[in-house]
Design a protein around this ligand. Sequence first.
Ligand code: PGA
Length: 253
Amino acid sequence: MTRQPIVGGNWKMNTTRASGAELARAVAQFASGSPGCQVVVFPPFPYLLTIADALKGSKVMLGAQDVSDRADGAFTGEVSCAMLKDCGVSWALTGHSERRHVIGETDALVNAKTRAALGAGLSVILCIGEKLDQREGGQTDFVNETQLRAGLAGVEPASLANVVIAYEPVWAIGTGKTASPADAQGAHAHIRKVLGSMYGSDHAAKMRIQYGGSVNAANAKELFGQPDIDGGLIGGASLKPADFGQIIGAASV
Ligand code: PGA
């Protein structure tokens, strides 16, 4: 089964409007040299229109770091899927570890956001992954399975073409520590097995599973070379144009 690799750049709460536009133009250029790889960037909300403009005519897609699970109404500070689409967004992150463990989002909210985004016609990168104590307690597969089943509860097989899973061990995010390619592959293989038990092996074989957590220009190729790793979700290194360009290149071979 050949799955098209996908690389995401999660800018988090970084960049200015001007530096974001410059970064987007650089990403567009790198992406044009890697036709086999899908590329999506996730800028901060206030810059979405500026970045949409900077990406015009390129193959790089625009993503939102978060979505509201509500359609509209009195939800101060929230941003709906329809508003995001109106700004040119086609992808959304759900379940990112910073939203789970810093902001306090529950599995139920992650699921509601995932279903809201898919229902609105957005594609979703659903992020899952274990914390350090869970890894040390041998619970990696259990945590991934729990977050996967909860995050995808009620998601119909017909929507799966619009879903990517990002396995991001929490202890590896922003720390410079990366799962070894073999450990990451083991976790990905188990995630695919769980997807198979939820949706059948045909769907599971088609779904893309990204690795995230301190991916950089030096380690991307070996990680992406693992049979069940279909690209990456990149934080820190996505802010450095040359490094992100190399990571896109590593996913494209
Ligand atoms: P990092 O972040 O690459 O800086 O570890 C990854 C992520 O949070 O998606």
